[in-house]
Design a protein around this ligand. Structure first.
Ligand SMILES: Nc1ncnc2c1ncn2[C@@H]1O[C@H](COP(=O)(O)OP(=O)(O)OP(=O)(O)O)[C@@H](O)[C@H]1O
Length: 291
């Protein structure tokens, strides 16, 4: 993907993309995405966010608001920077050596890169679910209890039991595991493991859930369960999901943001993005002419 970023000339003239793809015109002044990137009363605001891996710039001037209790899908060709952007939102990029983030990201109007912010506490507020389910090699119970324990959220075992049960219920897993809470989490199916990881993330009461292709390792039935779960969860949490599946983005999200070669090209209501994209690059992608 480095090559793609390098060959993308922001010149106001025809910019070459990778071989075989339609050349497009990008004006130098075109730093803001097409569509309204702001929302009233946002939960998070991202302004002029740039990300570098060493000398290599991976994201360029990203401006985007994340609304309260919305599901926003990040879509775009492989290597366009979706995961990089997602990791900016809970400072997961901090643990990647040589990665540098500039610009401003605020959560409830507080600069998350400010000196007073503890990244560990931030990641409890902005939880993350990864592509591949990654339960700890512990019991089902201990996986969910882990966060509340390390963050000191409970005073006694009864409170912890309650959090474990509530989180597993919200993740739609309680009925399947309530009789084997002390069994190893690794014995669960892939779809169950992913719901366990969601339960683990919500056990610390996050405000936002970041999901990086959460269904790509799952079969269609497990995927449908997770999508249904997202629909239920977003009445309580804000969800930002990276997905390679345009069908999934269309099914689960209210807004969609289209990334291309490190730039946010277009953002809007999901139905508008998929039926009436305004930028030719978005149109090329959703009609299958790109990627
Ligand atoms: N740890 C890293 N070190 C160096 N470069 C990286 C690193 N992670 C990502 N990149 C580069 O940053 C760019 C964006 O990558 P990123 O993984 O964010 O894209 P993506 O849209 O999520 O891709 P995919 O859909 O394939 O997961 C790519 O050029 C990638 O090679």
């Amino acid at each position: 993907m480095h090559d793609m970023v390098e060959s993308f000339q922001i010149s106001g003239t025809k910019a070459s993309t990778t071989a075989g793809q339609t050349p497009v015109t990008i004006e130098e002044s075109e730093k803001l995405p097409v569509g309204d990137y702001t929302v009233p009363d946002p939960r998070m605001t991202c302004r002029d966010v740039n990300v570098f891996y060493g000398d290599k710039q991976a994201l360029f001037d990203i401006n985007l608001d994340i609304g309260k209790r919305e599901i926003i899908a990040l879509i775009g060709p492989s290597g366009c920077g979706k995961s990089t952007f997602l990791r900016c939102l809970n400072r997961m990029n901090d643990i990647i050596e040589g990665c540098r983030v500039t610009g401003e990201i605020r959560l409830d109007n507080e600069d998350i890169y400010g000196p007073d912010i503890d990244p560990v506490l931030l990641r409890a507020r902005v939880g993350m679910v990864f592509q591949k389910p990654n339960p700890f090699p512990k019991s089902i119970y201990d996986n969910v209890a882990y966060g509340p324990r390390i963050h000191g959220l409970v005073a006694n075992r009864t409170e912890l039991d309650e959090i474990v049960e509530t989180s597993l219920k919200r993740a739609g897993l309680w009925k399947e595991v309530k009789d084997r809470l002390n069994h190893p989490a690794t014995g669960l199916s892939g779809g169950q493991q992913q719901r366990l990881c969601i339960a683990r993330a919500i056990a610390v009461n996050p405000e936002i859930l970041l999901m990086d292709e959460p269904c790509s390792a799952l079969d269609p039935i497990a995927t449908a369960t997770i999508e249904q779960l997202m629909d239920e969860l977003h009445t309580r949490y804000t969800i930002v999901i990276v997905t390679h599946s345009m069908q999934q983005a269309a099914r689960v999200s209210q807004r969609t943001a289209y990334f291309h070669m490190g730039k946010l090209i277009e953002v809007g209501e999901t139905s508008q993005i998929f039926t009436n994209p305004r930028h030719p690059l978005t149109e090329d992608y959703i009609t299958g002419r790109f990627g």
